[in-house]
Design a protein around this ligand. Structure first.
Ligand SMILES: [Zn+2]
Length: 438
């Protein structure tokens, strides 16, 4: 296989919506790679279609290639599915511990090194792009793009913002020290910003530091100790300030929320992506659909918190909260679907439960159709990271993030729930990252 080292001045040209591009990456790729005898699957078509996918310099050049022109490595995929790399729109790649207060206090070197296998694991499960909803700095996205770490393409918000006593306030009740004393640490998922002025400043700092979007905590949460999930996270004025700052930077706000009234407030303030949404109702869902919001359910994390949490150091105060959102999860998918809310794929796992990431496919399949779920994890995700048409599709001109899969996800999306059994190859930007049995 002929290898070329291409130093690209601009690996990903800049795109709209204020989402940052990554530059100056170095990639090593074969001049051309041909995936022969493919059944091409993506969510733009209802059926698989036969084809031969030609990849060159990290891009898909042709999906019906006859004979490559230059030097070429040919991989016969023998009728297996070739599909776009998956996009998980709600992860925390720096969350290597389930106890988020302990995670925030990890020494920097420890926290960075503990995130390395999390990133690699995601890529080897077929997630070639992820949107980090709190914790990861832009520098980590750059490091991956430069080949310093193996992992998915990363889009970050910096630290997730919350009020004092909100979901980013990980202090136990009797801790009266400064809530932001760990917030600058690599392992901190969030930071505190109270009042319109602090919210504006925090948004501006995140955007300056490379955030692609802003994350706010608009309800209480499970993994934080002193905020019941039904509490509002931010006032109307604070939410509107965050939305204005994001819009001024041509991007959007993602809000952590659970309750119908939390969703209504966020939608009315102009929030774009609604994370979790477990306790949505029909009225809130209708409002979200009309406003063009995207919901990002993350159901697997409540299964993981309930089954694995107590044994993995999840504090007792958090364990008590799980059932208030877990049971409503499947119902929320039906409510969102019936109202016509677009959904993205998310997981929100912490610590050792990251290995359960692909289970989200099986959970969603209990309620939603295969193509709809596939679209969530490809087309919708691409839109949320500002890469519509360039990620999430197998099409000429798209970035060559490709999976070879045993079975047909359009018939049975649950094949994606078992990557070790069904995933034969992961290619990111034209470079094979994982290969087994093809
Ligand atoms: Zn989260």
């Amino acid at each position: 296989m002929a290898l070329v080292v291409a130093a690209l001045a601009s690996l990903i040209p800049s795109f709209g919506a204020g989402v940052h591009s990554l530059s100056a990456g170095i990639i090593i790729s074969s001049m051309q790679t041909l995936l022969r005898n493919a059944m091409i699957v993506d969510a733009t078509a209802p059926e698989p279609r036969p084809g031969n996918v030609l990849v060159e310099d990290g891009m898909i050049r042709d999906v019906d290639a006859k004979r490559p022109s230059g030097e070429c490595e040919t991989i016969d995929v023998a009728g297996r599915t070739v599909m776009p790399g998956l996009i998980d729109c709600h992860v925390h790649v720096v969350a290597s511990l389930m106890d988020i207060a302990a995670n925030a206090q990890l020494p920097a070197a420890t926290a960075v090194l503990r995130s390395v296998p999390i990133l690699k694991g995601m890529l080897e499960r077929g997630f070639t792009t992820v949107r980090d909803l709190g914790g990861a700095p832009y520098a980590l996205a750059e490091a991956i793009a430069q080949g310093l770490a193996v992992g998915p393409r990363l889009f970050v918000c910096g630290k997730a913002l919350s009020k004092t006593g909100g979901h980013s306030d990980a202090r136990p009740r009797n801790d009266t020290h400064d809530a932001n004393r760990w917030a600058g640490n690599f392992g901190a998922l969030g930071r505190i910003a109270d009042g319109v002025d602090e919210v504006r400043r925090a948004c501006r700092e995140m955007l300056r530091e490379g955030a692609s979007f802003i994350k706010v905590m608009a309800n209480g949460g499970v993994a934080s100790p002193t905020d019941p999930v039904h509490w509002f996270g931010y006032s109307v004025e604070e939410l509107k300030a965050a939305v204005e700052e994001a819009r001024d930077a041509h991007t959007y706000v993602a809000a952590h929320l659970y309750t119908a009234e939390g969703i209504v407030r966020a939608v009315e303030c102009g929030v774009k992506t609604l994370e979790h949404c477990n306790r949505v109702d029909a009225g809130a869902a209708r409002l979200a659909a009309e406003a063009g919001c995207v919901a990002v359910p993350t159901l697997v994390t409540y299964e993981a918190l309930a089954e694995d949490g107590p044994g993995l150091g999840l504090p007792a105060a958090s364990v008590e909260k799980i059932e208030s959102v877990r049971k409503a999860g499947l119902e929320s998918l039906a409510i969102l679907r019936d109202a016509g809310v677009t959904m993205a794929f998310g997981t929100d796992l912490l610590g050792p439960t990251h290995v359960r990431q692909s289970e989200e496919f099986r959970i969603r399949a209990q309620v939603l159709g295969a193509r709809e779920i596939l679209a969530s994890a490809t087309l919708v995700g691409a839109e949320l990271v500002g890469m519509e048409g360039r990620l999430g599709v197998v099409a000429e001109g798209a970035i060559a993030d490709l999976l070879v899969v045993e079975g047909s996800p359009l018939e049975d999306i649950a094949v994606l729930a078992e990557p070790r059994k069904n995933l034969r190859m992961v290619m990111k930007e034209g470079v094979v990252q994982y290969r087994a049995g093809v």
